[in-house]
Write a protein that binds this ligand. Structure first.
Ligand code: FE2
Length: 220
């Protein structure tokens, strides 16, 4: 089959139709997660679909759109629903690549197309009242087989680090629920007990410009 050119593959279209219909009427995050885990599995086991998606990127196809801004540089947005009800994202992980320890703005389900993806879960120990300070402690780690998935929750209930401990490349898919109105997620430095904001590159530039202007005014 030819690489996808400028259009969403039928498998993703039908996935999104089902997701829109079901997630639109489910309010309980655990019910949404159960739906997402079941539905995502079908896509994750379809390696031919990922061959098409990745080939399209190499051939300069318009879907998926690699120019669409994302939070992480290994992230490719596959679909964002109207009203941001959910989003479907693909990630590609080189050998040894991990996220920082981070939280989320929504519930999420993440699963690999290829074996060996690692999830390390953390709990936050401090009360969050001291600006810039956070204590986190590992509460478990595991690796996922192709088609299997893990889930996460917003804020302190879903702090984790994910990545690729293997020597190969790993492809994952994530389905996230409707995000809360926070224009960043939080990253955690477990050793130095710091918490920091992670923003999209575009938003970070605006944020830094705001801070820098404040600094210039305070020195005027
Ligand atoms: Fe995450």
């Amino acid at each position: 089959m030819n690489a996808v050119k400028g259009e969403m593959p039928e498998e993703i279209q039908s996935f999104c139709e089902r997701a829109g219909e079901s997630l639109g009427r489910l309010n309980d995050p655990d019910a949404c997660i159960a739906f997402a885990r079941q539905e995502l599995r079908v896509l994750l086991l379809n390696r031919e679909l990922f061959t098409r998606l990745l080939s399209s990127i190499l051939e300069g196809g318009t879907y998926p759109d690699v120019h669409r801004p994302t939070l992480f540089d290994n992230e490719i947005l596959l679909h964002q629903a109207d009203n941001r009800l959910y989003s479907l994202r693909m990630y590609v992980w080189g050998p040894g690549e991990y996220t920082p320890i981070h939280d989320h703005n929504a519930w999420g389900v993440i699963g690999p197309v290829t074996e060996g993806f690692e999830v390390i879960n953390y709990e936050r120990l401090d009360d969050g009242l001291t600006e810039g300070y956070a204590e986190v402690r590992e509460r478990g780690r595991f690796t996922l087989e192709a088609g299997h998935s893990a889930h996460t929750y917003p804020l302190n209930e879903g702090i984790h680090m994910t990545g690729n401990p293997t020597l190969g490349t790993i492809i994952t898919l994530s389905l996230y629920g409707k995000p809360m109105a926070r224009p960043y997620i939080q990253g955690f430095d477990a050793i130095n007990r710091r918490v920091f904001r992670i923003m999209s590159p575009r938003r970070k530039k605006t944020h830094l410009a705001t801070l820098a202007l404040r600094t210039l005014k305070s020195h005027a």
